[in-house]
Every structure is written in C-alpha cells, then in structure tokens.
Design a protein around this ligand. Structure first.
Ligand SMILES: *[C@@H]1O[C@H](CO)[C@@H](O)[C@H](O)[C@H]1NC(C)=O
Ligand SMILES: *[C@@H]1O[C@H](CO)[C@@H](O)[C@H](O)[C@H]1NC(C)=O
Length: 401
C-alpha cells in the first residue's frame, strides 16, 4: 500500500503529462471496417455453438449439484457449496438472532469455523442494543471437579456470560439441565500439552465464542482454576478494561530466547520473541486477530516444537508484535511458581485457609487502565479437587461468592 501510493506521487511530472497526451490522441485513422459477411460468419462459428455448450452445462449442473434446484430458483443454499455450513439463512436476516449467536453444536471443521469466526463488522456502532458478555472458556481433559464453586459464581448473572467447554474428544460432561455447564461442550479434538494441538484447542474455543456477537471478553480457564471475586466485580473489571490480560515478557535465558528458532525469520526475529502464560484473557478485537492468523501459526507449528512449548510463545509473541499497545503484559490468573520445577504448585485441601485466599487477592502493584491499583488477579490456579469443600465453605465470607 505504502510503496504503491508513494510511487504514484513521486512519478515525474513529465511522464504524467506524457501519458495524458497519449490519452488525448485521436483514434488512429485508416482502420478498415470489418466486412459484415465475415462478422456474420464469426457469429455462427463461435457464438451459436457457445450458447449450446453453455445450455448443456447448466442442465448438467442442475442434475448433479445438490443445490441444483436452488441454482435456478435463486434461493439461499448456495452458501453451503464450499463450506457446507449449517447456518440457518434466517440467522443473517433477523438481527435479534445475531445476539443469540450461532449454535455451538455444529458440524463445522476447524477451517470452516475459524473462517466464519474471523468475520467482523467494519461499520461503527451496532444497530441493536447489546449487553456485552464475558465468554468463559474451559480447557479441560474431562470433568470439572470445581464446577459447584463456578455454579455459585455464575448464579443470578444470566445474560452477562457464556460458557464454552473443550474436553478430550470422547468425554461427555454429565451435568443436570439446571447446570450452567449444561450443553456447553463444543466439538473437541485430541489435545496434548505443549504442542500445537493446544493452540488449536484455544483457537477452537475462541472461534466458537466469537460466533456470539454479544461476547466481548474471552477468558481461558482450566479445570483447576477458581474465581477470586464475585461475578459482578469480575465482569466490570474485564468489560471496562482497556487492555487485554496476556502475559508477555522477553526472557533472555534458555527457557525464553533459548527456544527461538532462526528459521522463523523474517516473520519473527529473536528480539521479537516473547514468553508468557498460556492462560490469557483477550478482548474481542484480539480474539478476532487470533482466529484470523495464518502468518504466525504455520511458523510456530513448524519451528516451535518441544522443548519449545508453543502455548507459551505463540500468542505472547504474535500479540506483542502486532497489537502490543493493547496488552497489559500480565496474566489475570494467579499461579504459584515459588516452589520451583517445571510445573506450578498444586494446592490441596490443607492449603485453603482464610489467610491464604486473602493473600492471593491482595496485591498492590498492578496497573489498570493506566492507574496503579490493588487488583492484580481475578482468578487463580491450580486447585486440586480436594479443595472444593473448604473453598465452598469460605466462598461467601472470603471471596464474596
Ligand atoms: C451433525 O452431523 C450428525 C451426523 O452426520 C447429525 O446427526 C447431526 O444432526 C448434525 N448436526 C447438525 C447441527 O447439523
Ligand atoms: C506491553 O508491552 C507492549 C510492548 O510489547 C507495550 O507497547 C505496551 O504499552 C505494554 N503495556 C503496558 C500496559 O505497559
């Protein structure tokens, strides 16, 4: 774009004038008219047989294509041809249905899903009233042992959140119809920690959540995560935030830049390489960027393999480079690395005391919309299933849930 327009303006004026003159040149004289006999012959030789071939082609199309009848009647199923999307045409013509979102029980492939989710309106404002929602995206192997705490957290806040659960493909989440998790499982695929399938699962969750136009913030959680504040507080903190909570930092050591592969040049240079926690929170703008990416993804897929853990580098690196000013550069999910080793601490029943929970909640050194604040984390991990009971006991008193 930039080079094209600068080339346009730097064109020497003599050339521009020269080309103007050629345009004003009168049509060259002396050109003989085509003999009308020859023209008529051409009509028979080329045009008439062309018409016949065209007609045969159309008849064949209508016979073999499943959308054949629609081809002539001009109705909608045309959009199924390439992507076979199971979308009711009424979805697009009834504005109320935009906010209901597309069904999450669909048969779309990842390619179809990401493509559809990458669409975004270019016009300012929205012609219908919309209450923004927060999408809670649970990435888990199977069950959600802390679900009762989350149920308590969500209760009474219908319309302000949506839930998406990605499990291992064979797993069926058994919850009663009264549960907030009821029928919130998305079509899932095999996912392994540390490789590209993890990013695929994250993108699958984002894409499903993007199909609901009301979703404005997107938080990735695991089955070991807990909320630290009541829902209304969490909701306001996220919806009113100008930044997305993605942790991203430059680690010069072996577990940071040491994992960089020079074959990623020129898409990613060593200086642009970032590291961060997998557990992100992003705005709709960033979510759309992530599902739309076809530039960085192949580089990370090919050149960031264990001992390079792609879920720790792909989003921090890409988002820092492309949308750095939108990032808070810190995670909104607390985790304890103080015990050392490759994995953060897992807390058990005995750890859940009032002072422990209060300590996680109270920090005093985090920027929020440009101001110093005391809230650093809205969520925490990793809590084992045994913590459920003591957490439920202290939820209302300590966490306000
Ligand atoms: C998806 O495909 C299955 C099997 O082909 C079918 O039973 C189901 O109704 C389809 N779902 C949707 C939403 O079209
Ligand atoms: C986060 O880092 C980016 C550079 O990668 C910077 O532009 C941005 O201002 C930082 N955000 C905050 C809140 O400091």
């Amino acid at each position: 774009m930039r080079s094209a327009s600068s080339a346009g303006t730097s064109l020497p004026s003599s050339v521009a004038e020269g080309s103007g003159l050629t345009l004003r040149d009168p049509p060259r004289a002396g050109k003989r008219e085509w003999p009308s006999k020859l023209l008529k012959m051409l009509l028979f030789v080329v045009f008439i047989p062309g018409l016949v071939v065209g007609a045969i082609f159309l008849v064949q199309m209508s016979k073999y294509s499943p959308a054949g009848s629609a081809f002539f009647s001009g109705s909608l199923p045309f959009c199924r041809d390439k992507f076979n999307l199971y979308i009711e045409p009424t979805h697009w013509v009834n504005p109320e249905s935009w906010l209901r979102g597309l069904p999450i029980h669909h048969n779309m492939s990842d390619e179809e899903l990401l493509w559809l989710a990458s669409m975004s309106p270019r016009r300012r404002g929205m012609p219908i009233a919309r209450v923004p929602k927060v999408a809670f995206m649970f990435l888990t192997r199977g069950p959600l042992p802390l679900a009762p705490l989350w149920e308590k957290f969500f209760r009474g806040n219908q319309g302000l959140y949506s839930i998406y659960v990605h499990t291992l493909p064979g797993f069926k989440l058994e919850v009663p119809p009264s549960s907030v998790f009821y029928r919130r499982q998305i079509p899932s695929k095999e996912t392994r920690w540390g490789d590209i399938t993890m990013c695929d699962a994250e993108r699958r969750l984002l894409a499903n959540a993007l199909l609901d136009y009301a979703n404005e913030r997107f938080i990735l959680l695991s089955e070991t995560c807990i909320p630290l504040y009541p829902f209304p507080f969490v909701y306001n903190h996220l919806v009113l935030s100008r930044s997305s909570f993605v942790s991203a930092f430059d680690d010069p050591g072996p577990y940071g830049r040491g994992r960089y592969n020079p074959q990623m040049e020129p898409v990613v240079s060593k200086e642009e390489w970032r590291k961060g926690s997998q557990w992100f929170e992003v705005s709709r703008q960033l979510a759309i960027y992530i599902v739309s990416d076809t530039l960085y993804y192949p580089k990370f897929k090919d050149f960031c393999r264990p001992a390079c853990y792609v879920d720790e580098h792909y989003l921090p690196t890409m988002l820092s480079k492309e949308l750095g000013s939108k990032l808070a550069n810190r995670s909104i999910t607390w985790v304890d690395w103080s015990r050392g080793g490759p994995h953060p601490a897992m807390f058990g029943k005995g750890d859940i005391t009032e002072s422990f929970l209060t300590k996680i909640r109270e920090r005093e050194d985090c920027l929020y919309n440009g101001h110093a604040g005391s809230i650093c984390f809205l969520f925490a991990r990793k809590f084992s299933p045994s913590t459920l009971e003591p957490l439920l006991q202290r939820a209302s008193e300590v966490l306000g849930i």
